[in-house]
Design a protein around this ligand. Structure first.
Ligand code: PEP
Ligand code: MG
Length: 532
């Protein structure tokens, strides 16, 4: 057989080689069917068992995996999901047929949604569908995937992903799928290469035995010729050697080839990002995305809960600076009960600081918890989605008021420096107008707003480019404003970890980068190659 080259979209970086495992989606059929009351009871029992099973799984995972499963629990607990199935059962359908038809219709709706966020959630619904069907038929719901294999299929459910041991290698290659799906996020967090959107995987009756996966370029080669395989294995060996060399200098301070010192900080999106992590690998924490606290509590985490989390991060950093961002809900981060429903364009709606100012009772609790944690180390507070100076001024007055109120009650607190994220072009163009203690550039949003290309829409991914001169000039402008005002400027968006951009970003005058912990070693290694 000639080797087959397919190109899709890169969803999780890295190289992998391994035997191909096809994802089986078959679920055993149920044979005994009773009257409508019996069928309705069977469906209800299966839904309850599936819900309990997902809740049990939540106990065994953390971070994004737990968030994803909580999302599934919220979906399955929504009575509207099974409504159609119960109607069909009342009209004589069997429980499994009724449930499958109802969920297939939902899945089709999600798959054809305009919004990539909803399309990316279709795999969660398939997961729920199959889990309930498995309970109805008594089958084992978890697809078995051996570690170190290249898993190929139409799409993969989060449960199937979580059932495999990715520490042994392997990769995922999908005909459909999305880089912003829950599975793609999990794959990135676990370092499993993933390519999506390969199109129909038809091998004309012959299933390939072996595949080579390049999660950096989004290419997959099935049944490679010996020479292709040999060259790929050489690339894997040199990538492994580069990783090992980078790991060896992970705790060294970053310096360019010309000797310029560069600060490398870490981004924290959940407490398990820093669990077991040596703070010596970084110069501090450049961004704590506090959304995880609000998602976990399904609304408003109380002041003590927030204080304990902020303090834990400050303690972990052992005297290094820690920048905690206030709630950045809305846009691509909806929080049920808090963010506005039905906005026609949530990215341009009530998100970030706009939402916090509109919900002062929620915002004030966070400001109090942050002021209390600031007693324990160099904590700074950062405001997301700032567009005009009055937003910073209003937030500053509220922070002052909350600090004074705490002090009046004899509660230990310190007023943290208050800075802004620069992620809206209006703020980048006029950065010097803001009385900000520092600037942190959010390249993810700054890029999407400058290029008018949403960060989660694959079809405009080429335009969503931080390396575009328009975005780079806004970054350079912000750096210059910081220099003139004598305040620090850092970069905490994903571009900070994109080592293809490191040289041009350093050329804008940036000296502080904040990236996910997994990206620290590679970034430091690339900084060391940049002149001057
Ligand atoms: C950004 O926009 O670059 C950023 C860091 O914020 P988030 O990705 O959380 O919106
Ligand atoms: Mg942002």
């Amino acid at each position: 057989m000639a080797e087959i080259h397919l190109t899709g979209r890169a969803a999780s970086s890295g190289l992998a080689i391994g035997p191909v495992t096809l994802l089986a989606t078959a679920v055993a059929r149920r044979t005994d069917v009773g009257d409508p009351a019996h069928e309705a009871a069977a469906l209800q029992a299966a839904i309850e068992a599936a819900t309990a099973e997902i809740a049990g799984l939540i106990e065994s995972v953390q971070g994004e995996a737990a968030d994803m499963l909580e999302f599934q629990v919220a979906m399955i607990e929504d009575d509207a999901l099974a409504e159609e199935a119960y109607h069909a059962i009342a009209e004589g359908a069997a429980a499994d047929q009724a449930w499958r038809a109802a969920l297939d219709a939902e899945v089709a709706g999600y798959r054809s949604a305009e919004d990539e966020y909803f399309r990316a959630r279709a795999a969660d619904l398939v997961d729920i569908r199959d889990r309930v069907l498995a309970h109805l038929s008594g089958a084992d719901p978890a697809a078995k995937i051996a570690g170190d294999s290249i898993v190929a299929g139409e799409d993969i459910t989060p449960s199937a992903f979580l059932a495999a041991d990715w520490s042994r290698g392997g990769a995922i290659v999908l005909a459909a799928g999305s880089p912003s799906s829950h599975v793609a996020m999990l794959a990135r967090a676990r370092g499993a290469p993933m390519v999506v959107g390969l199109g129909p995987l038809s091998w004309k009756g012959h299933t390939p035995a072996l595949a080579l996966v390049d999660g950096d370029t989004g290419t997959v080669i099935f049944d490679p010729e010996p020479e292709t395989r040999r060259r790929f294995e050489l690339r894997m060996a040199s990538a492994k050697a580069a990783r090992a060399a980078a790991e060896a200098v992970r705790t060294e301070p970053a310096r360019t080839a010309g000797g310029r010192p560069i600060s490398v900080l870490v981004n924290v999106a959940a407490l398990d990002d820093i669990d077991g992590l040596d703070p010596a690998i970084c110069d501090g924490v450049g961004l704590v995305r506090t959304e995880f606290l609000f998602e976990a509590s399904h609304g408003l985490p109380d002041e003590d809960t927030q204080y304990a989390v902020y303090r834990r991060i400050v303690d972990w950093a052992k005297g290094r600076p820690v920048t905690i961002r206030t709630l950045d809900a809305g846009g691509d981060k909806p929080i049920p009960g808090l963010t506005a429903d039905g906005e026609s364009n949530p990215f341009l709606g009530l998100r970030g600081i706009r939402l916090s100012l509109a919900r002062p009772q929620v915002f004030r609790v966070q400001l109090r918890a942050l002021s209390r944690a600031a007693v324990h180390g160099p904590l700074k507070v950062m405001l997301p989605m700032i567009t005009v100076p009055s937003e910073l001024d209003r937030a500053a007055s509220m922070l002052d008021a909350e600090c004074s109120a705490l002090a009046a009650k004899g509660i230990a607190c310190a007023r943290p420096p208050l800075g802004i994220m620069v992620e809206v072009p209006a703020a980048a163009l006029r950065a010097e107008d803001f009385e900000s203690a520092f600037y942190s550039i959010g390249s993810n949003d700054l890029t999407q707003y400058t290029m008018a290309a949403a960060r989660d829409v694959g079809a405009v991914a080429d335009l969503n480019d931080t390396g575009n001169p328009a975005v780079l000039s806004l970054i350079a402008r912000t750096v210059e404003a910081g220099r003139r005002r004598g305040v620090e400027v850092s970069l905490c968006g994903d571009a900070a970890a994109d080592t293809r951009l490191t040289a041009v970003l350093l050329a804008t005058g940036l000296t502080i980068f904040s990236v996910a912990p997994v990206a620290v070693a590679r970034l430091k290694a690339v900084i060391a190659t940049v002149r001057p």
